[in-house]
Design a protein around this ligand. Structure first.
Ligand SMILES: [Zn+2]
Ligand SMILES: [Zn+2]
Length: 324
């Protein structure tokens, strides 16, 4: 998906309308998408400027949900405009690998400075509640100063409501249904994928996983499937500088494009999207060619700020940034 081409097309359509000089007709605006998914970061542990750490914003109804909070999630949310950073209702963690959570203290603390007045809801696998209580201890100085001494920000805004979920757990938040399911991230247990359903539309996030039957079962009939991917040939290039055995073990914890294609072919989503792309330098050609050996349906290679609107139609565009 080439965002520049889409922009050019929109400009062309606008120009045609101007030349035609037609009087403006009262048209019913298209209904807003039931779910909007924005890839805030499509990378991995590598501190890349083009692919930030894994984090995805889901807007459904009145709710804003973040799936993982990797490096840079705070900057990306803030760049989307007023109230986005402080307005996160729920954070879902797929697993506690640092690349998925290292941005969470930033989001939690800075979101409070920028206006959050209610506790941050955090849900994830076993260990989530303990991690959040340790973060409260780690940042006790800042919390105390800003809450009780200096700015006197609302006390509720820095509270955390953190719960460890069991695999298969499902709950609703103002009509937005969230289901957690265990995936297969090798020895990294527990690791979850999530399904979000709202107003008859749905999206599934694989989290980090090898090919997983549980993911296929939970993703049946889904509109959009966002899946992680690793390109072994590109990842192995690092063996010149890193231990090849360790690289092979990393590859074994993830899903190759060929295997992801088999999953897409079975699930048949209306759109399959790659995010959490390993390694970061893997290019579109490294991903699409091998996927096409096993899957011929709709596919998009994710990039930071790719926004997917899920409604009657599914549209993909680069989300505009309003604050630099
Ligand atoms: Zn990861
Ligand atoms: Zn991981």
């Amino acid at each position: 998906m080439k965002p520049r081409r889409a922009t050019a097309l929109v400009a062309l359509v606008a120009a045609f309308h101007l030349r035609a000089g037609e009087p403006k007709k009262a048209t019913t605006p298209a209904p807003p998408p039931a779910i909007r998914v924005t890839l805030l970061g499509t990378g991995n542990p590598r501190p890349s400027m083009t692919r930030f750490g894994p984090s995805i914003l889901v807007e459904a109804g009145t709710k804003r949900i973040l799936v993982d909070a990797g490096r840079g999630a705070t900057q990306r949310l803030f760049s989307l405009g007023d109230g986005m950073l402080s307005g996160i209702d729920l954070v879902l963690l797929t697993h506690l690998h640092s690349d998925h959570v290292v941005g969470l203290p930033d989001l939690w603390l800075t979101g409070w400075i920028f206006g959050r007045e209610k506790p941050l809801l955090v849900r994830g696998p076993e260990g989530t509640a303990a991690m959040m209580s340790h973060l409260k201890a780690a940042y006790a100085f800042d919390i105390g100063i800003r809450r009780d001494v200096d700015e006197r920000f609302p006390a509720a805004g820095i509270e955390v409501d953190a719960v460890d979920l069991q695999s298969g757990a499902s709950f609703e938040l103002d009509g937005v249904k969230v289901t957690a399911f265990a995936v297969d991230h090798g020895v990294v247990k527990p690791a979850y994928g999530y399904r979000i359903d709202y107003a008859g539309r749905s999206v599934v996030f694989s989290g980090d996983t090898r090919p997983s039957r549980a993911l296929v079962e939970n993703a049946r009939g889904v509109d959009v499937l966002v899946h992680e991917v690793i390109v072994p040939s590109v990842e192995m290039m690092r063996s010149a500088v890193a231990d090849a055995t360790k690289i092979r073990s990393i590859i074994d914890h993830h899903t190759t494009p060929e295997d992801a294609g088999k999953i897409f072919a079975e699930v048949k989503p209306r759109l399959a999207v790659y995010s959490h792309i390993v390694p970061s330098p893997a290019a579109e050609k490294d991903l699409v060619g091998p996927t096409r050996k096993t899957y011929s349906g709709p596919l998009a290679v994710g990039y930071d700020l790719m926004s997917i609107s899920i409604g009657e139609k599914i549209t993909v565009e680069k989300r505009a940034v309003s604050v630099e």
